[in-house]
Design a protein around this ligand. Structure first.
Ligand code: PMP
Length: 447
């Protein structure tokens, strides 16, 4: 249902003004759309209206952060109550302790936790804690995996055929121009899920590795789950060589009640979280083994190994919203959202067959991603889009956005929320069918 315009300005007018005050006219590149971004007016449940009054179904959910969609009444009520009492103090709050207790109770390996303000910060702090605990400088991360914008976790986030090098020893490719060489020198790149190559790479730097960083379902690598063999091998290697195995579950904590890690018999030493655990507000957290987390403990005797603070860390608004959101995301909610996602994947697969297009789909839990490739990718190099594929993906997503009134993540992914129902899933698969037909002739030329 389309509503009235809510601004006297058009999207184009606002963007013209935005270009004068922000590089590219935006504060985050993910909201860009050609010829101009669309500006939000309001949102409720799984629907978002832009300022032209056009309503769309939200399958992006602020990049996977709104597990209950927009404006869940219980979250609004709890946050409104807290707003009256204050938004941030130079005092600790009980809200923070209650939320810490809740998150700790969800996963077997969580003994201590600290809160920060973003996923980037959580991964950064987790890496620094690993270095402080082991006294070693290097980390290893998967080629193509996104872990936020800390110098070290950015390495090889966007490696491409012209710079990624030999698969046996992938290059460490800094992302931001001007990154000091010592950053790349301290980040080893491994091919995801490739046990043999990864162990050989790690073996070359046995005494220097503080931690092996793993996103158990890395979105940019292709949204493929880490296999048991890989996790067990990394766990064994890290035990043998005094290193840590650390998980980035900033997106993937949603996969089970206790994160994707619930599915593995061995557990990470530390885990970063973010996105959905903030209940719609900025958040990050890292949790894990007590002895490792003690590097952050200023009450211990001796020199503090990792001094850590943050002005808005554990602010009571985020802590309250996060606790309510996570309590609502109980075992039943996780199960039914995952089931709805399975249905969505089945229906999209059917649409792919009917349209007879070389498209594939991957997914886990409440996340799915489509690939403009006939065979589902198994690793980053297979998932990588060349410029023609990338341009066609934009065309597909634009068709869905403008014609079908469906919003997805710009990688071709959907991050579902509990606000969605079968009705919206049907609209998604019908919309995809139309979109596949729309780009079919160009798709066939690509493959
Ligand atoms: N890690 C992962 C796996 C992520 O997907 C993201 C964000 N997309 C981050 C870290 C960084 O989180 P934030 O944007 O909150 O800094």
């Amino acid at each position: 249902m389309n509503k009235d315009k809510t601004s006297k300005n058009s999207n184009k007018d606002i963007y013209t003004n935005a270009l004068k005050v922000m590089p590219g006219g935006v504060s985050r590149n993910t909201v860009l759309r050609k010829p101009y971004p669309h500006y939000a007016a309001m949102a409720k449940g799984c629907y978002v209206n832009d300022i032209d009054g056009i309503e769309r179904i939200d399958f992006a959910n602020n990049m996977a952060s709104l597990i209950h969609g927009h404006g869940h009444p219980a979250i609004i009520e709890a946050v409104t109550e807290q707003l009256q009492k204050g938004t941030a103090y130079t005092l600790a709050t009980e809200a923070e302790v209650r939320f810490a207790e809740h998150i700790i109770s969800r996963a077997e390996g969580f003994e201590k936790i600290r809160f920060v303000n973003s996923g980037t910060e959580a991964v950064m702090a987790m890496i620094k804690a690993s270095r402080a605990f082991t006294g070693k400088p290097m980390i290893a991360k998967a080629e193509g995996a996104y872990h936020g914008t800390y110098d070290f976790s950015e390495v090889s986030q966007a490696a491409s055929p012209d710079n990624w090098g030999d698969l046996d020893n992938p290059n460490s490719v800094p992302l931001t121009h001007g990154t000091p060489q010592m950053v790349a020198d301290n980040v080893l790149i491994y091919p995801f899920n490739d046990v043999e190559r990864t162990l050989k790479i790690l073996d070359q730097h046995v005494d220097k590795i503080a931690a092996v960083l793993i996103d158990p379902v890395p979105h940019r690598v292709g949204l493929i789950k880490a296999n048991n063999e890989f996790i067990n091998a990394i766990h064994d290697w890290t035990r043998k060589h005094g290193a840590l195995m650390i998980f980035d579950e900033v997106i993937t904590f949603r996969v089970n009640y206790g994160g994707t890690q619930e599915e593995f018999s061995v557990k990470p030493d530390l885990t970063s979280m973010g996105k959905m655990i903030g209940g719609g507000f900025p958040v990050g957290a890292f949790a894990g083994r007590s002895d490792v987390m003690s590097v952050l403990d200023p009450t211990q005797p001796g020199k503090l190994k990792f001094p850590h603070s943050g002005t808005f860390s554990a602010n009571p608004i985020t802590m309250t919203a996060g606790r309510v959101a996570m309590e609502l995301y109980d075992e039943n909610a996780v199960r039914s959202l995952n089931k709805l996602t399975q249905t969505a994947m089945k229906q999209i697969l059917e649409a792919i067959k009917i349209a007879d297009v070389p498209v594939s789909i991957t997914g886990t839990g409440s996340m799915l991603r489509i690939h403009l490739k006939s065979k589902a990718p198994q690793n980053y190099r297979e998932a990588w889009h060349n410029p023609k594929e990338a341009a066609l993906l934009v065309k597909l997503l634009d068709y869905l956005f403008f014609e079908e009134k469906i919003m997805m993540v710009n990688t071709g992914s959907c991050m579902l929320s509990t606000a969605l129902s079968q009705k919206e899933i049907d609209q998604l698969s019908d919309g995809m069918l139309n979109a596949f037909k729309h780009i079919r002739s160009e798709l066939l030329k690509l493959n």
